[in-house]
Design a binder for this molecule. Sequence first.
Ligand code: SF4
Length: 364
Amino acid sequence: MTDATADILDRAADGARLTPAEGVALFDAPLPELGAAADARCRALHPTPVRTFVGGRNVNYSNVCVSACTFCAYFRGPRHREAYLRTHDDLLADTAEMVAVGGTELLLQGGLHPTLRLPWFETLFAALRAAFPAVQVHALSPSEIVHLAHLEALSVDAVLDRLIAAGLQSIPGGGAEILVDRVRAAVSPRKCTADAWLDVMRRAHARGLPTTATMMYGHVETLPERIEHLARLRALQDETGGFVGFIPWPFQPGNSTLGRRTTGDTGGAAFLRMLAISRLFLDNIPHLQSSWVTLGLKVGQVGLTFGADDLGSTMMEERVVSAAGTTYRTNAAELTTLIAAAGFRPAQRTTTYALLRTFDEVTV
Ligand code: SF4
């Protein structure tokens, strides 16, 4: 390791703000030292030994989508024989099942459906809030909200106001991919621009809605573009403070058009590096999730010592990543065991990271 890299790691571990050039330099840092710096930063931000997960269900209300992103193995055209739209009754039943196993977060996302209008979501959210007042309606990524605004010929503000009035409580940070329009033009040309994604989040934060942010890396982006993504999130967080957590994950090449022509490193070591750099660069986003969905529970667990303080959601079901050929499943008992085995005290949290219960006696 060069003296310059060691100096960047020392300063980042102490909480200094990194420049984009320093962030890019960390891709050449030795992984153990990078992980140690991110772990030190995480422990400074979260000094108790508690590490968390959320009890939740990821429900995809429809796979119909007109965006046709090249990395996506999940979507179907409106007339495809595998196209589906879940009914409100289906979604209420899914939520009841989640509540029965102690879940508190309903993460509801779909594609950009060409004919599903705003009242369908308003009725659904109102029914969910009435039937399950303790469940967090965490729904609709910024690209879905921009799409709804186009369908309804309304402003993003008007769509947000109506969804919030109906029961929307927070927004998942999906659809961010890489927040650089050169990359978006290559992998998701019909989705909203980087500015539009950030603008939805800015307007949501202004209304008091907490949101997460994500990054899907390992496809056509350059390393400076990954850092540009982080820098754009960091700048918006300086402005609003509305991001509660950040979740990076690698592109899953299976069954997608893009998968046949990308050679990005989407392995476990690359994930741990990206996680650690995220912790060091995003000095103002409090929580970092080590997502087990794409690389599995064991890599997710190791992420708890590479800067992450959280293992994300129990999910119960997941259709988007599994459409690309990767299927991992878990439950609260397994996540508590993984956290305890990594040397931490497991706790179940809410969507906004309030602790619900800790698990003090976990046998590992
Ligand atoms: S990633 Fe989302 S917006 Fe893109 S094609 Fe898949 S479902 Fe549609």
